[in-house]
Design a protein around this ligand. Structure first.
Ligand SMILES: NC(=O)C1=CN([C@@H]2O[C@H](COP(=O)(O)OP(=O)(O)OC[C@H]3O[C@@H](n4cnc5c(N)ncnc54)[C@H](OP(=O)(O)O)[C@@H]3O)[C@@H](O)[C@H]2O)C=CC1
Ligand SMILES: O=C(O)[C@@H]1CCC=N1
Length: 270
């Protein structure tokens, strides 16, 4: 079966997140598109790389312009691609930046595009991402369906109907891979500290996190059932969980961490 051709995009910023999205889209088949990448790293034909906006063909008409720059760079990036905004839907993957704020910035260049916010995560690089998305009212159903095709080319998509929820989405799944990688780091370091050879500690930590993630991905069981399946009464896991699950330990720490991330997302709106 041939994959459907994804819509034509202008991707602004090919860093860690933009790069992961671009790679996933290329694998799925993208209509001839342009990536604005200040480093000018080559892309396969028929796509084009533009080192500066001057390299973007004037007659290029993208269906979507994807802003994958840091929130602080939003205004410069929008000003740079303003000539290509008419007729396009703006998709922002930036933390914090709101639809109203982005429209105001675009308005300075005389354009008020439909805006869709997407919060992907880096497992998109291997097609295993999860994206939380919010479409403002002026994104047409047809464009929203195209956007869903684009976003689901790199993993699952979960829509929210209240824009404010994108901040908690950011805290849970946008930033979430970092928490999981931290767990792998800490398991490895602890294994080392308890005398395991470095290579063994690394293998055990990575294999545990990736294996548990893979089981979670395919199992019909709830995550707490999968946890209980590991936990023998009075066994080793119960001993560890009696430390981790006290209300002052992981439940409180995770809540504080997620709240801090969501609060930071709200600050980044400015
Ligand atoms: N990293 C992640 O896991 C996630 C990130 N995001 C969001 O994605 C966005 C990008 O983050 P991330 O990829 O981590 O950051 P990076 O710094 O890796 O990437 C940003 C890229 O944008 C480029 N850039 C900045 N300004 C312009 C411009 N005017 N024109 C063209 N390119 C430009 C930068 O170029 P240069 O290298 O020259 O500075 C850089 O390559 C952020 O807004 C973040 O909130 C969302 C979900 C997850
Ligand atoms: O750390 C950040 O601000 C971005 C948004 C989600 C993941 N990385």
């Amino acid at each position: 079966m041939t994959d459907p051709v994804l819509p034509r995009v202008l991707l602004v910023g090919r860093g860690k997140m933009g790069g992961a999205l671009w790679s996933g889209w290329l694998r799925k088949g993208l209509a001839p598109s342009v990536v604005l990448d200040r480093h000018g790293t080559a892309v396969p034909a028929p796509h084009r790389v533009a080192k500066t906006p001057a390299d973007i063909p004037q007659d290029f008409q993208p269906d979507f312009i994807i802003l994958a720059v840091k929130p602080v760079a939003a205004a410069d990036a929008i000003a740079a691609i303003a000539p290509w905004l008419p007729g396009a839907v703006l998709i922002s993957v930036m933390a914090g930046r709101t639809v109203a704020g982005l429209r105001d910035i675009a308005g300075r260049s005389g354009c008020r595009p439909p805006v869709l916010r997407a919060m992907p995560n880096t497992p998109a690089e291997i097609g295993q991402g999860i994206t939380g998305a919010y479409a403002s009212d002026d994104v047409s159903p047809a464009r929203r369906a195209q956007a869903e095709a684009l976003l689901s080319a790199v993993g699952a998509v979960a829509w929210v109907t209240d824009e404010a929820q994108i901040d908690i989405v950011t805290a849970i799944s946008g930033s979430g891979p970092a928490y999981v990688f931290l767990l792998a780091e800490l398991l490895e370091k602890t294994g080392l500290a308890h005398g395991l050879p470095a290579q063994t500690a690394r293998l055990l930590a990575r294999g545990t996190v990736s294996g548990a993630g893979a089981l979670l991905a395919v199992s019909p069981e709830e995550s707490d059932t999968l946890r209980r399946n590991v936990t023998s009464p009075n066994g080793t896991t119960a001993a560890a969980l009696s430390v981790l699950m006290t209300s002052e330990a992981w439940p409180k720490t995770i809540d504080q961490a997620i709240s801090a991330a969501a609060a930071r997302a709200r600050e980044l709106a400015q």
